[in-house]
Ligand binder design. Structure first.
Ligand code: EPU
Length: 337
């Protein structure tokens, strides 16, 4: 810390880096957000944090920082089959999953224990264990930081892709998400097609599987593989799984019969970045205060006392090495500031 940068952002990034800013606004309501708009805050291009769990901060922040903590859970509609649940952007994602599961409203149980907030979930279309947010997404409300108007986006407006949406592309840094409305099933469909879930549930010999069982299984799997940010700084998968030409994937599979791959269409196949990183020899590698997690090679970790730029350097070295060894470029999933 120094006089020019007096405010720590350590509590607001799950990597746990000690970085600082000059001005911090903790926003708890849309009224407060509008007041900041009227006071001209958005003309200073503030940075916006919600859960801080998909974020690598590499230097002190010159512009104001806004932490979105707008809460609230409401049923905004209901049909025979569905519940429309409107959740404030500052609600914890995982607590919201537990809330839905406790009411037996299905759709997001496979996304249990993902760190971060509701407001960030559509930005990168979070996904895990065979489910993506876009499948349960109904709409969101966001403040346009140029006009001060509140706008509603439906799923088509969001242009969801793999860990991607319009808010990471052409509308990046132009909106503050206020709430997200999910369309959940009153008669849940159990989705256990993702290998790990199936094997965990089979081992339990249940006569009937509920979404609470699925949620517990996902929690168990995640806890066994992924580091808890409260104990060791990280931001989940650092890289996206690359989508490569099907011919390149077929050649790789000939050379490495154990490689799992996921055809996307006739011409493209997604392969696990974690496999590439592990093959290149980086799994469990430690460099000073940062490293590659020993149980999941996609996750970069901060052991404490390190700097965001050390993680960035490590990530770039992994990128270069994988490109050299496999002719595949790994893209970052995490936002870098
Ligand atoms: N694998 C390795 N080495 C490893 C880990 C995995 O070779 O260290 C290979 C294995 O072949 C394994 C395959 O990768 O079968 C897939 O591994 P896993 O099921 O752990 O999933 P992932 O592709 O590594 C993705 C998401 C995770 C999500 C899991 C489960 C991305 C970038 N990551 O990881 O999401 O939890 O699937 O659905 O798509 C996140 O985005 O932050 C995140 C954690």
């Amino acid at each position: 810390m120094n006089a020019a940068f007096p405010i720590s952002l350590q509590p607001y990034n799950t990597f746990g880096f000690s970085v600082y800013c000059r001005e911090l606004h903790l926003v708890d309501s849309r009224e407060q957000l509008l007041e900041l708009f009227q006071a001209g805050l958005f003309q200073q291009n503030p940075k916006i944090i919600s859960g801080g769990s998909n974020l690598l901060i590499t230097e002190n922040i010159e512009v104001p920082v806004l932490v979105n903590r707008i809460k609230g859970i409401h049923i905004s509609g209901e049909t025979q089959e569905h519940i429309y649940l409107r959740l404030g952007a500052g609600e914890s994602w995982h607590e919201s999953v537990l809330y839905a599961v406790s009411h037996n409203w299905g759709g997001i149980e496979n996304l249990s224990l993902i760190p971060g907030s509701m407001g960030a979930s559509p930005i990168q279309n979070i996904g895990a264990y065979g489910v993506e947010l876009k499948e349960v997404f109904h709409e969101l409300e966001a403040l346009n930081i140029h006009t001060g108007n509140f706008e509603t986006f439906n799923a088509a407006d969001c242009k969801f892709g793999y860990r991607d949406s319009v808010f990471k592309q052409e509308k990046k840094n132009q909106y503050v998400i206020i709430s997200v409305t999910l369309k959940l099933d009153k008669n849940p469909v159990i989705r256990t097609q993702y290998g790990d879930i199936q094997s965990v549930l089979e081992a339990q010999n249940l006569s009937e599987i509920t979404i609470a069982d699925v949620s517990r299984a996902v929690i168990q799997i995640r806890q066994s593989k992924l580091p808890d940010p409260a104990e060791i700084g990280n931001s989940g998968s650092f890289f996206k799984n690359p989508v490569i030409p099907a011919s390149q994937a077929a050649a790789l599979q000939l050379a490495y019969p154990g490689l799992k791959s996921f055809p996307q269409n006739e011409n493209e196949t997604k392969i696990p970045a974690a496999w590439l990183i592990e093959q290149a020899g980086w799994k469990g590698h430690r460099r000073g205060d940062v490293g590659v997690h020993e149980k999941q090679a996609l996750v970069l970790v901060h052991y404490g006392g390190g700097k965001g730029r050390d993680v960035l350097q490590l990530a770039q070295d992994i990128q270069d090495d994988v490109r050299q060894k496999f002719n595949i470029t790994l893209d970052f999933e995490v936002n870098i500031w």
